[in-house]
Design a protein. Structure first.
Length: 185
């Protein structure tokens, strides 16, 4: 297992407001969205990222987890607003449908990346997550396909979606000249 997110342990000191966790969460998620896995540089920059409550704070059963560091995920604006307060019902959970938690599970357990950038769900949690978060939105599939083409064309290793990170994306984009050498340090 190669789980790539949430490595801060112990959690930072609890503050009066979960937003104080932002720098820690950003670092733990390697500046990537917890759901679509895109790096900030490909998803509108740091200002387009938000803190998401994986278990929605608006649902009564999770109200006590508002300031729980391990319930705060780094998310691009689109994924955060697409997920919003979605959570599977008890009936769906009993059937095995739930959100994939990439802080505890590997991407490759639940998804397979096709050559065209489409993520094929392999499990019920994968199906639930893909459909609820629309992880195969047209622009995401096109962007993943383009990233794959660049890695092949440059002779680089493909992106490891089990453990996406800032350095991989910056190295890949730096090889194209999109990102200048100053960003690669």
């Amino acid at each position: 297992m190669n789980v790539g997110f949430h490595s801060t342990n112990p959690a930072p000191p609890e503050g009066a407001d979960y937003t104080t966790y932002r720098p820690y969460v950003r670092e733990d998620f390697r500046e990537c969205c917890a759901y679509c896995l895109l790096h900030e540089v490909l998803a509108g920059g740091v200002d387009n990222f938000e803190l998401d409550h994986f278990r929605p704070q608006s649902l009564p059963e999770f109200a006590n987890r508002v300031n729980d560091f391990y319930n705060i995920y780094y998310s691009c604006h689109v994924c955060n607003h697409t997920k919003w307060r979605k959570w599977p019902s008890e009936e769906l959970t009993a059937l095995g449908y739930r959100f994939v938690d990439l802080c505890a599970e590997d991407f490759s357990e639940h998804f397979h990346e096709e050559v065209d950038g489409f993520w094929t769900p392999l499990t019920r949690p994968g199906e639930y997550t893909e459909s609820r978060l629309r992880l195969n939105r047209k622009h995401l599939v096109e962007l993943r396909s383009l990233l794959r083409e660049v890695t092949i064309g440059r002779g680089l290793d493909p992106i490891d979606w089990n453990s996406p990170d800032r350095d991989t994306f910056l190295r890949l984009l730096g090889s194209t000249g999109i990102i200048g050498p100053d960003r690669l340090m």
